[in-house]
Write a protein that binds this ligand. Structure first.
Ligand SMILES: [Mn+2]
Length: 372
């Protein structure tokens, strides 16, 4: 058992400097390293978790990795802080996922695997720090906080990493695993629409379909099985839609949530209606929480790096999709985020102008050299 006071959890592996893996690592770590494989092979009792408010990648990857470990003959449990969103509850073995805010000190697991977490606190599950920690993540805000870290910011979903892990560990992918992994891949790539979707993504999708994932049935479960409350909430959100040049935003209040009978997971994807507007490059959806804090979902297309924006407010995510929580009231959170987005769009413009200017200068120099 490791001492929780060792600096492991405060970036032991980076000399105290929080690592931005995507920017600092020159070589892509697209395969699980020998240390990770050895840890999986030698350790026996695993507890698997993912971030709070789990999405399709968190749930699908969690289930698939759990099945992989079971196949390897390991004892493994799945634990999440929040409940599984309704649309993912039909996934194989989803009923095996337990929910708790903490694990008891004498919990029998010797190893905790965290999926899609940039730190222990992202799981919101307390009591994990005593265990040997394995971190598997693909976010640009990912950090090397664990004993073993595998961060591949080019993976289109953590599901892609779990798939590679299964292959490397010589575990045959079952139709149930393929179904969970395909669901994760489909949802985390925005139905193969987001930046980062590549030939590799489709090759993986093809493999998973060949291994037993049923695309039409999965799409039916993920996109055509919404509760009516979600549609009513969407109506409320769309009626607030605002646009200012390349920024668009919309919001719901806590009383909208109550009036429409909506739950947290019904907010999933609402921000996409704002980023879906032609000419809009950055979009934000704001939701007032019961305690008056405000939860933000950010999306971008083009050049705004919304993970950087979210990180400034203690959140994180991907270049084109991120989230954070601000203090209320709703209107002050709105002011803060809009100010930040305007600043980011403006600084992009300035650096674009600088780029053009230096290109023009080079061209002028080149033509002068030629003529002289
Ligand atoms: Mn993901």
């Amino acid at each position: 058992m490791t001492d929780p006071m060792t600096p492991r959890h405060t970036e032991r592996n980076t000399g105290g400097i929080p690592e931005r893996c995507s920017e600092q690592r020159s070589e892509r770590q697209d395969q699980p390293g020998p240390i990770l494989l050895e840890a999986l092979q030698q350790r026996e009792r695993f507890l698997l978790t993912a971030h709070a408010r789990p999405d399709g990648d968190a749930v699908g990857s969690l289930l698939a990795l759990w099945m992989v470990l079971q196949t390897m003959g390991k004892h493994a449990e799945m634990l999440l802080f929040d409940r599984v969103p309704m649309i993912y509850r039909t996934l194989p073995c989803a009923e095996q996922i337990r929910h708790a805010a903490s694990i008891p000190a004498q919990h029998s697991a010797d190893t905790v695997i965290l999926l899609e977490c940039d730190g222990l606190e992202r799981s919101r599950v307390k009591g994990l720090h005593e265990k040997f920690l394995i971190n598997i993540d693909h976010h640009t805000s990912g950090r090397r906080f664990a004993d073993v870290n595998w961060i591949d910011t080019e993976a289109s979903a953590v599901a892609e990493m779990v798939y590679r892990l299964a292959v490397a560990a010589n575990v045959a992918i079952t139709p149930a695993m393929a179904t969970c992994l395909y669901t994760a891949l489909l949802s985390d790539t925005g139905s193969f629409c987001y930046e980062g979707t590549s030939a590799r993504t489709f090759a993986l999708a093809r493999d998973l379909v060949e291994l037993g994932a049923a695309p039409a049935r999965i799409a039916q479960d993920v996109y055509f099985s919404n509760p009516a409350s979600k549609m009513r909430l969407l109506g409320a959100a769309l009626s607030t839609l605002q646009r200012e040049g390349r920024i668009a935003w919309l919001w719901v209040t806590h009383s909208d949530m109550i009036r429409t009978g909506a739950v947290e997971e019904d907010c999933e994807g609402i921000v996409n209606y704002a980023i879906g507007i032609s000419g809009v490059e950055a979009a934000v959806f704001l939701r007032e929480l019961p305690d008056h804090r405000v939860r933000l979902s950010l999306r971008s297309k083009g050049k705004v790096h919304v993970a950087e924006v979210a990180e400034q407010f203690g959140g994180g995510g991907h270049e084109n999709a991120s989230g954070c929580t601000l203090s209320g009231p709703l209107y002050s959170a709105m002011d803060k985020i809009l100010e930040e987005l305007r600043r980011h769009l403006h600084s992009r413009e300035v650096s674009d102008v600088a780029q053009v200017t230096s290109t023009v200068k080079q061209e002028v120099r080149y033509s002068l050299e030629k003529t002289s």
